[in-house]
Design a protein. Structure first.
Length: 303
């Protein structure tokens, strides 16, 4: 597994919609297990905030994606765009920085469609929009006429995106269906992506027990209920860290981690993103840090 988590961007006219998508993702496993009993979904506290790039400031959240077949560490970037995207925003969404992008729009606000079209046209192109997973998540889809939806489905197909109608009030509806729709389809699409931070696991128990072995280590990985808070999620990541470190003893530490600054332009090498060293406080791919005192990916800091 890469020492760095895979970057997933959640963008839209409204920061609340983008953040809500991530909030439910963190609780999804628990919501599925107890359905139809409702569970409170607490608002997230950002792990970090970063300066604006073509919109409002970015908020980031760590997420561990666990399936029957792999564990992947994700870093979710949430931003509401404002105004015309800048050249800085264009470079930030370049392929080497993002592995998935989800545009969150509100069907009850027709202007959100116009904003998405303008944002896409000025920021993305066929050359820099080949993310592993590209989704347009539409909330309040019942407010949109069917012919308008069809227009947007065609718009998405032309741009290699998938339009998914999500119901934040009932996010687990259809979870057990073979052909998933709504929020379960969004989760399914994420699970089907090939993340650079992916580590394969082998089944060591009945599927309902959700206990697995990391391939090549024999160490167990448990998939507990999704944490109700950032603090509990941090504890979960801490539990997984020794397992991931052991599995990656021949390379960089495999613990889910984060950037000490915004990710800069990098290159994919063997499925992993390698950061270029700089003197402005960015972390290097080998775990070293710059001279301004920012932390490196292995948790150490310079003097």
């Amino acid at each position: 597994m890469s020492a760095q988590p895979a970057n997933v961007f959640f963008l839209g006219p409204c920061a609340a919609d983008a953040a809500r998508t991530v909030e439910i993702l963190r609780m999804y496993d628990a919501l599925v297990r107890v359905a139809p009993v409702p569970l409170p979904i607490p608002p997230l506290v950002p792990e970090a905030r970063y300066p604006a790039r073509g919109g409002q400031e970015y908020h980031t959240f760590q997420q561990t994606l666990i399936t029957k077949y792999y564990v992947a560490s994700l870093k979710c970037w949430v931003q509401a765009w404002s105004g015309a995207p800048t050249d800085d925003a264009k470079s930030f969404l370049a392929n080497e920085n993002a592995e998935a992008v989800c545009f969150c729009i509100d069907g009850s606000k027709p202007e959100s469609f116009t904003e998405l079209n303008e944002y896409w046209g000025s920021t993305l192109s066929p050359e820099n929009s080949s993310f592993g997973c590209q989704l347009v998540l539409m909330a309040n889809a019942q407010a949109v006429a069917e012919d308008v939806k069809e227009t947007w489905r065609v718009w998405c197909i032309d741009r290699r995106c998938e339009l998914v109608e999500v119901d934040f009030a009932n996010p687990t509806t259809g979870h057990n269906d073979r052909d998933k729709e709504g929020y379960p389809r969004f989760v399914e699409a994420l699970q089907a992506n090939m993340w650079s931070s992916m580590m394969r696991i082998t089944n060591n128990a009945e599927p309902k027990e959700r206990t697995f072995l990391l391939e090549g280590t024999g160490a167990p990985v448990n998939a507990p209920l999704a944490p109700p808070s950032n603090q509990q999620d941090a504890a979960r990541v801490a539990e997984e860290k020794p397992v991931l470190d052991e599995a990656n003893s021949n390379g960089a530490a495999g613990a889910p981690g984060g950037y000490s600054t915004l990710p800069t332009s990098g290159e994919h090498r063997n499925g992993h993103m390698k950061e270029s060293a700089s003197g402005d406080g960015t972390s290097n791919s080998d775990g070293t840090s710059s001279s301004d005192g920012t932390s490196s990916s292995d948790g150490t800091s310079s003097s």
